[in-house]
Design a protein around this ligand. Structure first.
Ligand code: SDX
Length: 431
């Protein structure tokens, strides 16, 4: 295989180096293309463009492969938990017992939000959308903890081993506080509990009666967060890297990631799936009418939770979550008509040429809402839950940018299609 790519145009020919990754992915190194030719590549949505080299997550969209630091997601889902996977995503290796305990201690020690910072909540109406609150409050971490957010990579990397677990822990606590605030409930202080138990405690305990989840509930939440831990250069993670490339601190970069996550085509899809399933249920439809509308291809009618910018096969996370839905509902002795509708939709779509020819399969969001609903988490809190899960991936990507001494600020080019040069017209001469 050649290690250069020849590009011919205007009777000229240039050769570009080819970069090959550890899994055999190939890229044409176009870093000198504009300097050498005056040309740029045009790739709307960057679907064919690599913005970085990364060692965190590997995706093979054609074969539905997802690995974090080389470990298949199926094995992590079976044997690991969210805290351990978060450590793996951030530090690159599974923790030994000492490392695991230290990381867990830091998560527990940094679970509480200070009284000054709690005052932010008072500035929001109780009806405020959870993601609107989360984006604002996460970005305020840089204001309340400036010692970890100096915007000097060398300095911020020195405090990284405390700032990283603090960020994961605080985002978890902020999400629980958002839930309490929006339901007019008093904040519940964290206790010395494992990560997910502490979250459920802060969400559902009362000041006088502690909420004690059954192990299956904690395990389901662990699995859900683990499956969201990282996912290569998705929209929100790329946003984190984009902001970090300017030298911005981790809190600020991650708050930009939270903003990017809020869109319905990305992190907002999990709640959009539930609204879709609920409307199908309320119409008494079996999904047939909805699938017909989804095939119109208009963005507003899409089958939410289906399709993916990278997977042209089943999202491996969707398989795992789909199975976990049945297990959790069976253990809770619950049934959910929306799960039955989801399964019918899945089967109908997977036998429909429109979806098959476009290689549209269920993604992580298709079933995740069913689990969160079974845990008692309201639909409008689904996307902020995604943010808890994804925080390790955002942190790990920020660290890759901050540690790259040869890194450059992200500055894509464009093709200008506006007005060509024209002279100013005084107001009295304009029609
Ligand atoms: C996440 O990137 C990540 O890794 C994200 C994520 C992560 O972990 O970070 O995996 C999390 O965001 C998952 C995706 C959640 N979003 C949704 O479920 C929203 C519904 N899905 C789509 O909007 C869409 O599939 C995207 C946005 C996910 C992917 O869009 P693409 O790759 O840009 O696909 P496209 O818009 O170019 O569509 C290709 C064709 C089009 O039809 P034609 O123009 O060829 O006729 O497929 C059609 C689209 O109309 N299509 C759909 C569809 N998704 C694509 N048609 C109906 N329903 C859908 N869901």
């Amino acid at each position: 295989m050649s290690n250069t790519a020849l590009i011919k145009f205007d009777e000229k020919e240039i050769s570009c180096p080819v970069i090959v990754g550890t899994e055999g992915e190939k890229a044409i190194d176009a870093r000198n293309l504009r300097k050498d030719t005056g040309y740029i590549f045009y790739d709307q949505g960057y679907g064919n463009t690599g913005s970085c080299e990364s060692a965190i997550t590997y995706l093979d969209g054609d074969n539905g492969v997802l690995r974090h630091r080389g470990y298949p997601i199926e094995q992590l889902a079976l044997y690991s938990d969210y805290v351990e996977t978060a450590y793996l995503v951030i530090y690159g290796e599974l923790p030994n017992l000492k490392q695991r305990n230290k990381f867990s201690e830091l998560l527990a020690e940094n679970a509480a939000i200070g009284t000054q910072m709690q005052r932010i909540f008072d500035g929001f109406p109780e009806s405020a959308p959870p993601m609107g609150m989360l984006t604002s409050i996460v970005s305020s971490l840089a204001a309340y903890y400036p010692q970890y957010a100096t915007n000097n990579f060398e300095q911020d990397l020195k405090t990284f081993d405390l700032a990283a677990p603090m960020t994961i822990s605080r985002i978890r606590t902020i999400v629980a506080m958002i839930y309490r605030y929006r339901h007019g409930l008093p904040f519940i202080h964290p206790r010395d509990l494992p990560f997910c138990d502490n979250f459920l405690h802060m969400m559902f305990s009362d000041p006088y009666v502690a909420y004690t989840p059954i192990p299956e509930v904690t395990r389901a939440l662990n699995l859900l967060l683990l499956l969201h831990a990282d996912h290569e250069q998705n929209c929100s993670t790329s946003t984190v890297r984009m902001v970090a490339s300017s030298g911005a601190n981790m809190f600020t970069s991650i708050s930009a990631g939270v903003c990017a996550l809020s869109g319905p085509l990305h992190g907002g899809a999990n709640s959009a799936v539930m609204h879709m399933l609920q409307s199908i249920h309320d119409e008494g439809d079996d999904g047939t009418r909805f699938i017909a509308a989804a095939k119109s291809g208009t963005k507003g009618n899409r089958l939410m939770g289906f399709g993916h910018a990278v997977y042209r096969n089943y999202d491996p996370r969707a398989r795992i979550i789909g199975k976990a839905c049945d297990e959790l509902l069976n253990r809770l002795g619950k049934s959910d008509p929306l799960l039955d509708i989801a399964k019918h939709l899945e089967q109908a779509a997977l036998h429909d040429d429109y979806f098959l020819t476009r290689k549209l399969y269920p993604n992580v969001d298709f079933y995740s809402g069913i689990i969160m609903r079974a845990l008692g988490i309201p639909t409008d809190m689904f996307t902020v839950m995604f943010a808890i899960g994804r925080s390790p991936g955002w942190i790990a990507n920020w660290k890759e940018v901050a540690s790259n001494t040869k890194g450059r600020i992200y500055r894509p080019r464009q093709i200008y299609v506006g007005a060509t040069k024209r002279d100013y017209t005084p107001l009295d001469q304009r029609r």
